[in-house]
Every structure is written in C-alpha cells, then in structure tokens.
Design a protein around this ligand. Structure first.
Ligand code: BGC
Length: 522
C-alpha cells in the first residue's frame, strides 16, 4: 500500500512546481495595462515590451536545456532547490528594478528557475510516486499551472489599485512565497531512488523505496523489492549497452518520437494560448472594452475550471480527439476574432498605445470578441493544455524519457519565447491579421497530428514502436487499442491488490514483465 501521506505531499509538491510555472506566465499580464507600470518603464511598446515579456521564457528555455545535466549531476532534488533559490533572486531583482534592463535580468533569472522546475519536478515526481498515479500527477501539474496563472493575475489586479510603484513591485515580491516553501520543504523529501541507484548508492535507494512504498519502512516488502529489482535491471542494462541516451534520442528508431513530442509542445504554444495569457488586456482594449482588467480576469478562472474535466476524462477521450478537435475549435475562435476586428475595426488615433487598431461603437462585435476569447481559452484548457504534457512521456521508452521530456519542455519554452517577443510588435504592425496567423497555425497542427501522432490510449510501448515504424490504418488511429492491454492491466491490478498472495520471486518476475510492456503509461 502506498503511504497516503506521501501521496498528498507529493501532490502538494506538484502544486508548488506548477504554481511557479503559472506565476511565470502571468507575471506581466495584469501589470502591462497599468499606468504605474507604463510610466515607470517609459511606456514600453512593441519590441520593447516583447523583450520584457519574453525574457522570462528565454531564461526558462536555458533552464529547461540545462535541467537534465544538473538533475543528473546534483540530483533532481538539489537541482530543484537551486531553481527555487534562483526564482527568489530573480523575483527580488525584478521587484527592486530601476528600469527595463534590471527588470529583464530579474525576469530571465526567475525564468531559469521555471525552466529547471518545469522539467525536473515532473521527473522527480514520476521517480518517487507509484506507477499507478504517475499519469494523474502529470495532469495535476497543468491544473497547478492554471492556478498559478490565476492567483498571480489576481494579486496583480488587486495591487493595481495601489498608486505607487508598489502596484507592480509587490506582486513580484509576493511570488517568492511558493518558491521558499518549495525550497525548504524539499529538505524533508528523499532523493529519487532511481537517481540514487544510478550513482551506485543502492542502500539508500532501497531505504527510500521502503519509505515511499511500505507502511512500516519494510525493506523486504514485495513491492519494494520488485521496484528495486526493476531499477537494478534497468540500470545494469543501460550500463551493459553502454547506452548513451543522448545518442539514442536521435537514433533512427526513436528520433521520430522525440521530434513529435517537441512538435506537440511547439503546437501547443502556436495555438495562440499565450497571446491570450500574456496580452489579453491589449486585445480586449483594442476590441473596445473599457474595463479590460476585470474582463480579463474571467479568462483565468475559465482556464482553471475547464482544465478539470480534461484531467478527469482525458484518459477516456484519448489524445488524438483532444488534439484534433481542440485545434479546429481553437482555430475557429481565432478566425472569428480576427474577422470581427477586421470588419468593425479602424486605425487607432491615439498613437502611443500598444494596439494600433480599435473597435469603436460596435458593441455586439465587441461582445462576441470577448466571448470568443473566453471560448478559445476554454477550448485550450479542455484539450491541448493538459494533453500536450501527458503525451510526450507516453511515446518514449523509460530509459530516455527524462531527456526526451526535457527536450519537449525546451521546445515549449523556445516557442513561448518567440511568441512573447513577436506578438506586441505584430499586434501593432499587422493588427487583426495576427489572429488569422494563429488560426492557421491551428489548422497546421491539425494536419500534423492527423498524420503523425498515433493514439496512445490503451497501448503498450511495443505497439507504439511498431506504429511509429510501419504506420497504421486510419480507423485504428482513432480507436486506439481497445483490447490490447487488458491482460496486462489485469496483471498489474493483481500485483497492486494481491501482492500478499503472490510469492516474492514470482512477484518480481511478473512486475518485471509488466514494466517492460506497460511503462508508457507511467
Ligand atoms: C502552457 C503554457 C500556458 C498554460 C495555460 C500550459 O500548458 O505550456 O504556456 O500558458 O498552459 O494554461
């Protein structure tokens, strides 16, 4: 039996990692519309604002790329602590900033943290939680991200009523709180057993497994021994093959899948979600909404609430329908916004505003744009949001999973960086056409997923391997494999609930068979 306390603390941990990610995303969203911010930083427009917003994503990209090196060298736990410390330093620099340069440095430092934690927290979790709840933990991460985005937005919104520079300094200082809790809390957490084993610290690995999996820290408990054996086999296999997992990432068999997970994360950004998350205030103002800060806040609530059904049912829906329907519907809302802006908008006569196109006096069009923006966010939250994080770890073997996921995460940040940078100048230069571009990205994502991304629902890694090599008929790509894994599922269930009835060596054998066939579900 899994220790309940551990499951809860681990989930809370997911929440903290995700919260930092979320705080990162919305740390500029509400301040950019305030006079206090605009006056203090010299009314940054276009590229200047793009550079500010994207500094964090740029830092996150570097953090994600160095995560696997630091996580392997220093341990997941210590690397995450370094990340949390960097976040606090970055936030301090941000909130004390005396101009754009210092602000950008602070944002980039905080971004380094988010790059590290957004890659390493899920890896650390997946190495310490039991296989059965790994998938759930990944989706909890997305839920926590949406909470982080929302909480930070509301803190900023609340502070926007302060008249001094405290209106932006305070929220940037407050965001250190979850990082401090994460940093300190980690002292009570064990190191990952898999990491300990990879450093030949076998005794510690066994003790940690006993602590995590057995109610009485019993190092002889069957589940503990089975997992210990599994890790041992895996590591000795890796050593025998002298497998260099970096090289394997780009071997002919695996390359396709690694590139696909990177593409999935890129498309999730190109859906245009962060145009909404970062710049909703600009968009709503240009659509003719006067109190844009309040109207924007609703979007963040929608984002959080609509993530819940996806977390609960994504396993039933399957990944392909979520991606395909998500892209079509999201694209529709974006084309609609672009079309309405084009038809009812006119050049903005006030020159030094972030948007050069505005709708005046067409209330119905304004309202439809507002509704479409909300619906676009709801669509993302139901589809690409959680599923883009679930999919990448599912399609690669365990031994290269951490590295492959780190690359996918880096692809998320690289695209996020490019968009954060490009959107403000584009909003000024090509106005409503921007929405058509993002609408088209959604169509391209649809086509790519249609041809290149197999359904993972109920499939073993072996089946997926064959599909990546030989392809599969279209009808099958929608259904997944309804029967294929039943036997394995039953075996897995036997092991989870009937462990006491199975003798130890049999158990170890069975567990091993299952791990080879089903590790894609972890
Ligand atoms: C994306 C973020 C986005 C967030 C919105 C995540 O899946 O990676 O870039 O801001 O969802 O909820």
């Amino acid at each position: 039996m899994v220790r309940l306390l551990n499951v809860y603390t681990i989930s809370a941990f997911a929440a903290l990692g995700g919260a930092l990610f979320g705080f990162d995303i919305s740390s500029m969203s509400a301040v950019i519309g305030t006079e206090q911010y605009q006056n203090y930083y010299g009314n940054p427009l276009g590229m200047r604002q793009g550079a500010i917003t994207s500094a964090m994503a740029g830092g996150s990209l570097v953090g994600a790329l160095s995560s696997s090196f630091l996580g392997d060298r220093l341990s997941r736990k210590v690397a995450i602590q370094i990340g949390a410390a960097l976040w606090c330093i970055g936030s301090a620099v941000q909130s004390a900033s005396n101009g754009v340069v210092m602000l950008v440095i602070g944002l980039a430092l905080a971004g380094l943290c988010v790059g590290l934690t957004s890659s390493l927290v899920p890896i650390y979790q997946s190495e310490i939680v039991p296989r059965k709840i790994r998938g759930r933990i990944v989706s909890l991460q997305q839920f926590a991200i949406t909470w982080g985005i929302m909480v930070q937005y509301f803190i900023e919104y609340g502070c926007s009523f302060l008249e001094s520079t405290a209106s932006f300094r305070l929220p940037w200082a407050i965001q250190t709180v979850p990082a401090v809790v994460l940093f300190v809390g980690l002292f009570w957490f064990p190191r990952s057993p898999r990491w300990l084993a990879s450093k030949d610290r076998w005794d510690e690995a066994l003790r940690v497994l006993a602590f995590l999996r057995s109610a009485h820290n019993d190092v002889n408990a069957p589940l503990v021994l089975a997992e210990y054996k599994e890790i041992e086999d895996q590591i000795s296999q890796e050593r025998e093959e002298e497998s260099n997992s970096y090289r394997e990432l780009f071997s002919s068999k695996i390359r396709k899948r690694v590139l696909l997970s990177m593409a999935i994360q890129m498309w999730s950004q190109l859906t245009g979600i962060n145009v909404m998350m970062y710049y909703i205030v600009y968009i709503l103002e240009s659509a003719g909404i006067a109190n844009s800060m309040l109207a924007s806040s609703i979007q963040y609530i929608i984002n959080m609430v609509m993530t819940i059904p996806s977390i609960l049912w994504a396993d039933k829906w399957g990944r392909r329908p979520a991606f395909l329907i998500g892209a079509i519907v999201m694209g529709f809302w974006l084309f609609l916004i672009g079309g309405l802006l084009m038809h009812y908008g006119e050049s903005n006569r006030v020159l030094d505003q972030p948007y050069t196109w505005i709708i005046v006096g067409h209330h119905a069009a304004t309202r439809i744009i507002l509704a479409s923006a909300y619906l676009a966010v709801a669509t993302f939250a139901l589809s690409w949001g959680p599923v883009s994080w679930m999919y990448p770890p599912e399609i690669v073997p365990l031994r290269i999973r951490a590295k492959s996921v780190a690359l996918a995460t880096a692809s998320n940040w690289a695209s996020n960086f490019a968009l954060g940078f490009a959107v403000p100048p584009l909003l000024r230069s090509i106005q409503w056409r921007l929405f058509f571009i993002f609408g088209s990205f959604n169509m391209a994502a649809f086509i790519h997923v249609w041809f290149a991304a197999p359904e993972t629902k109920q499939r073993t890694l072996e089946e997926l391997g064959e599909i990546f090599e030989y392809g599969e008929p279209l009808w099958k790509s929608f259904l997944g494999n309804r029967r294929g894994s039943n036997k394995l599922d039953m075996l897995a269930k036997d092991i989870e609930i009937g462990v006491s009835k199975i003798n130890r060596s049999e158990h170890v054998k069975m567990k091993h068979v299952i791990s080879e066939d089903t590790d894609f579900r972890s």
